[in-house]
Design a protein around this ligand. Structure first.
Ligand SMILES: C[S@@+](CC[C@H](N)C(=O)[O-])C[C@H]1O[C@@H](n2cnc3c(N)ncnc32)[C@H](O)[C@@H]1O
Ligand code: SF4
Ligand code: SF4
Length: 383
């Protein structure tokens, strides 16, 4: 059984009820995405935070990053057995990160996304020890390791020579630990963002995932998040901003590679998961052809999922903030007027032009049910 599909179905249903019945309110969050830092030891060329990584304010603001206690308080406001996803920046740059993981595992499913270079033996061993006993239990449910391409191409994308070999070694180690312990969880996923640098290597990466013995191969549709700047989050969000188009992208190669990996998935032990989840191969191709059709897309995420920035800003999406958990607890911010205004606007418009191929978009109904987005008036979010 594909538990992630079951989980997505449950989360979506959980979001849809208040979305349908209430005027912007939501049940308690069932997922919390924590970005404990935006600092990173890599410089991935496609990273949605690329412009941020060399901003001198990142190091200046290091002491302003949330403490483990502050993040744990936010975790307490999430529905028990919800999902706590820890990403970044590179989360393992924070030496105290395992304290958050341990705390989160007591009551929730926990998912760590890392570039893998600091996923050393001690951490890998503990991640496996903290693995969920079964799908219904709390603990580490998955570890996502970003491996952007094969060999030197990887090192060239992330701009760190020798990193491919080290990440692969760390991945092998965590897989070995899992085998030794006989545990199903955490699931280990190899992830890559599909770009012109690695598009010809998707099947090669899938084969590597098979040889390494991981559970999931996860190619991600490149998302050009507009003006993502977690240092300057504000209350205004331009939902009509056009997403940067793809240029010089070999779509024929993408089509061939996707067909090959989908064929492979039919006979492979390693599951293939495309992101955005559930939208399918044709939409992935359409995104790279700059013709992704939003007319049958929507997003339920702000009714289920909160995003917490390294400095305490709570957000339903992107760089739009509804307040800071240092001023008010997450449970209060979650249904405050700004959050409700955002949800009302999203519900009214179903999707924003600026959503592009965000991993939260979902297909719904038939395209003919929806008016073309271009016919909608431009508007910001007003609380
Ligand atoms: C921003 S990274 C942070 C965690 C960690 N540093 C890593 O790279 O895994 C989280 C995930 O976002 C993916 N990612 C980075 N830039 C992206 C982009 N422009 N579009 C879609 N996904 C992206 C990464 O590959 C990774 O899987
Ligand atoms: S490792 Fe992650 S956060 Fe760092 S640059 Fe790469 S994608 Fe961005
Ligand atoms: S799909 Fe759009 S509204 Fe939903 S989280 Fe992504 S950017 Fe925000």
């Amino acid at each position: 059984m594909d538990y992630s599909k079951l989980y997505n179905f449950f989360t979506e249903s959980y979001a849809k009820i208040p979305k349908m019945l209430s005027n912007g309110r939501a049940f308690r969050p069932i997922s919390l995405f924590i970005e404990p830092t935006y600092r990173c030891n890599f410089r991935c060329r496609m990273c949605l935070f690329f412009d941020l990584l060399d901003d001198p304010r990142l190091n200046e603001k290091k002491d302003e990053e949330l403490t483990i206690e502050e993040m744990c308080r936010a975790v307490d406001d999430v529905m028990p057995l919800g999902l706590i996803a820890i990403s970044g920046g590179e989360p393992l740059l924070r030496r105290d990160m395992m304290e958050l993981v341990r705390y989160s595992c007591k009551r929730h499913k926990t998912y760590l996304v890392t570039n893998g270079i600091l996923l050393k033996e001690e951490i890998a061993r503990e991640m496996v020890e903290l693995g969920c006993k079964n799908f219904l239990g709390s603990g580490v449910v998955a570890v996502g390791i970003s491996l952007e391409a094969l060999g030197e191409t990887h090192d060239e994308i992330v701009q760190v020579p020798g990193s491919f070999d080290k990440i692969l070694q760390n991945t092998r180690y965590i897989v070995e630990q899992k085998k030794k312990s006989g545990k199903r969880y955490p699931l280990i996923a190899l992830k890559c963002v599909i770009t012109s640098h690695n598009v010809g290597q998707l099947d090669g990466l899938y084969q590597l995932a098979e040889r390494t013995g991981v559970d999931i191969f996860n190619p991600i549709t490149h998302y050009h998040i507009p003006a993502a700047n977690r240092l300057d989050m504000d209350e205004n969000v331009n939902t009509d901003m056009n997403v940067e188009p793809f240029a010089d992208f070999d779509v024929t190669l993408l089509k061939n590679q996707l067909s090959t990996v989908i064929d492979r998935a039919a006979r492979s032990k390693v599951r293939l998961r495309l992101t955005p989840p559930g939208i399918g191969k044709d939409d992935v191709i359409a995104a790279y052809e700059n013709r992704l059709d939003h007319s049958n897309k929507t997003c339920h995420s702000p009714w289920s999922t909160a995003i917490l920035s390294a400095y305490g800003e709570l957000s339903p999406c992107s760089n739009y903030t509804v307040g800071n958990i240092r001023n008010e607890p997450l449970r209060k911010l979650w249904n405050n007027e700004k959050m409700r205004a955002f949800r009302r606007e999203l519900k009214k418009r179903r999707i924003f032009r600026s959503c592009g191929a965000c991993c939260m978009i979902t297909s719904q109904g038939s395209p003919s049910q929806y008016p073309a987005l271009k016919s909608q008036p431009a508007s910001g979010i007003k609380a």
